[in-house]
Unconditional design. Structure first.
Length: 96
């Protein structure tokens, strides 16, 4: 059972890092620090979008329009950490 919990913890950590990288990349593109016309930058942005969009789109559909601010990655990170801690507490009796 510990191996399963370690796998869940690793997956949550991986998803959180992908979300953080995707958010930073979107900021860099929005402020014209990096050029999205560059093929390498476009490929990285496309891959990050394809990885995060299935997780973020249901949250984005529920959230009201906040102008240009997208808080769905923050909400997803909070939900992932809550679910991870809930699993650890349920199986081990103590939070991680």
């Amino acid at each position: 059972m510990h191996s399963f919990l370690i796998l869940v913890d690793s997956l949550v950590s991986f998803i959180v890092w992908i979300l953080i990288i995707q958010v930073i990349m979107s900021w860099l593109i929005a402020f014209n620090i990096i050029n999205s016309g560059n093929k390498f930058v476009w490929q990285i942005n496309y891959a990050l979008h394809k990885l995060t969009n299935p997780l973020l789109s249901p949250i984005q559909q529920i959230l009201p329009n906040l102008g240009g601010i997208d808080i769905s990655p923050v909400i997803l990170i909070i939900v992932l950490h809550f679910a991870r801690n809930l699993l650890f507490e349920f199986f081990l009796g103590t939070p991680f």
